[in-house]
Design a protein around this ligand. Sequence first.
Ligand code: NAP
Ligand code: HSE
Length: 427
Amino acid sequence: VKEVIAVGLVGFGTVGSGVVRILHEHREKIRRETGCDVIVKKIVVRDMEKERAYPLHGAELTTCVEDVLEDESINVIVEVMGGIQEAKDYILRAFDAKKHVVTANKDLLAMHGEELLKAAAANGSDLYYEASVAGGIPILRGLVDGLASDRIQKVMGIVNGTTNYMLTKMTEEGMSYEDVLQEAQRLGFAESDPSADVDGLDAARKMVILSTLGFSMQVSFDDVDVQGIRSVTQKDLQLASQLGYVMKLIGTAEEKDGAVAVSVAPTLVPKSHPLAGVRNEYNAVYVYGEAVGQTMFYGPGAGQLPTATAVVSDVVTVVKHMRLGTTGKAMSFASRSKVLQEDSDIYSKYFLRVHMKDETGAFLALTKSFVQENISFDKILQLPLDDAKAEVVIVTHSTSKKQIQQVCESLDSQYMEMVSLYRVEGE
Ligand code: NAP
Ligand code: HSE
């Protein structure tokens, strides 16, 4: 292997400029780790006229991706431009040219991860994507290497910084949904189209990657049951707090009897649960392994230097593989056939808010609906709403998704209206 490893960077925005900075500022450390000088030779951008906030440190700027893909001296392509179709095309062309690829692109990996990993292996190339989930937290390595000997039973992740920031501010400062979304956009955590954050899509894509690696099954985006935070109200947060819970947007992936269930939804966790203390834009992934028990990986889930650290660490891995002659072996392959759990097998506790007529017999009708579905109450709170109505807040014992769906349908009577329904995890 050559003493100098040349990187072709595709994208010089938030993450790309962080990559140049870390490769430059940590050059000595990287040389000690790899035995090579790793330098950025060329950088592909869209707009040559744009003023750049960070120096190029000797790299050549171009708008022509062929300048990088056809440069035989470049061994590693770092794709940090985002988007799906064009990025996929560039990465496949990089493999054709026998180059290795590092990317932070969760959207692409969640959609086409399997195809890209196969193309990499077929060409003897490496493909690494640590930064695609939870930015600076080394969670993919943690799952694949650190817990390689264990059987993962459950993964619960706060993997979207924007919504965690929003829910934290709404809970702790009483801020409105609209105001806090604007603040998250101003601070730069939000995606350019914030619906990817608030509708849970960004978290769902990350859960596709986590569950595929955690369970060695090729989970796809359509397998994820996704609900965002648009409908969460201040009243939900206050009542949840009264009962000892904090609301988080949580991605849950669970395996039971060889079948998996993956979801993203606003979820209540007890205030004492490790995930409850993950505030603002921070991310955390809680992993339960059969032998290891509970583990939690915590840190910055986005931002220039945390994300670029994960990208450059992947580059270091690739260079080490080049030196050892072990490239082209995927970090992990989805070697098991995918089996999904039925709704009748997916169990959790639930928090419900019901508005009902404040008159004799209404409560009996409410409890009858739950008895019919064989669901028992763990906690219950009734508060007056106005002269004619009462608010009832219920936390159930563990019950199946199917049972809770049926009870919600049966509640829709002349007496009652279901206002909110959230999963409760971690008790
Ligand atoms: P960004 O700031 O918008 O930067 C994108 C860069 O790509 C820009 O330099 C842009 O060029 C270039 N680019 C875009 N389309 C291009 C094209 N068709 N051809 C050539 N260059 C193109 O994006 P970012 O925040 O750095 O994110 C990059 C990737 O990292 C995305 O996949 C994102 O999901 C992922 N990621 C980001 C974070 C984060 O905290 N930002 C965290 C985890 C993962 P110009 O500069 O000329 O416009
Ligand atoms: N919009 C994403 C977030 C960026 O808020 O977590 C990091 O993937």
